[in-house]
Design a protein around this ligand. Structure first.
Ligand code: TYD
Length: 196
């Protein structure tokens, strides 16, 4: 089984995925935890990540898609070996983070998503379920503030737009969770969904 965890920065994906891993491993399930991007964004993408123009977003979209294209082979191998693969961010991170900056080119969100879906046809390994942890951009900024590292992706207005992709045009692909609930409750709910 392949599970992707989605959400804006600060939504708790990392804490939730390690909690989930622990719980599933206690049941004797082999869990492979992985993350996208597989590269360090600041090192590889430089100041592209703090730009909010469509050309930078296009470049980033291709970079993340190429990264995913390679990553899917590793995921597929682990699935064949009987692992439950838990991936912190996957396809819909690109749709939400880069898509929200491409509307100027395409006109509507639906057209942006249709184009991204076409390009992403090279991604053959798809999650069985995509879980989305919803938090407000306000909560995100408060949480990120407490961390040491803040990336160029993280500003209130932008995160709010990214969120509106997840909760709007992408909603039908996602299982929605309230990311402001206590971590144990979120982990428990996702665990129940996976077991079912
Ligand atoms: P990272 O430092 O790994 O943050 P996190 O642990 O919160 O996921 O950086 C990931 C950043 O890259 C995050 O701000 C979102 C962004 N991103 C995209 O913009 N598009 C993508 O396709 C992916 C996978 C990530």
């Amino acid at each position: 089984m392949f599970v992707a965890l989605e959400g804006i920065d600060g939504s708790g994906k990392t804490t939730v995925s390690s909690g989930l891993r622990h719980k599933l491993e206690n049941d004797g399930i082999k869990v492979y935890l992985t993350h996208e991007p597989t590269f360090n964004v600041e090192d590889i993408a430089g100041d592209l990540i703090s730009r909010r123009d469509s050309e930078s977003a296009l470049k980033l979209f291709f970079m993340f898609t190429e990264d995913r294209y390679k990553h899917q082979a590793e995921i597929s191998e682990k699935l064949d070996q009987g692992y439950l693969v838990l991936c912190d961010r996957y396809l819909y991170s690109s749709f939400a983070y880069q898509g929200s900056l491409l509307e100027g080119i395409f006109g509507t969100r639906e057209k942006v998503v249709a184009w991204m879906s076409g390009v992403s046809e090279i991604i053959k390994v798809r999650p069985d379920i995509n879980i989305y942890l919803d938090i407000s951009a306000d909560t995100a900024i408060k949480r990120i503030w407490n961390r040491r590292r803040i990336t160029g992706f993280e500003d209130l207005q932008y995160l709010d737009r990214v969120r509106s992709y997840y909760t709007g045009v992408l909603r039908k692909h996602l299982i929605m969770m309230n990311g402001e609930d206590p971590v144990e409750r979120i982990v428990g709910s996702i665990y129940d969904i996976i077991r079912r």
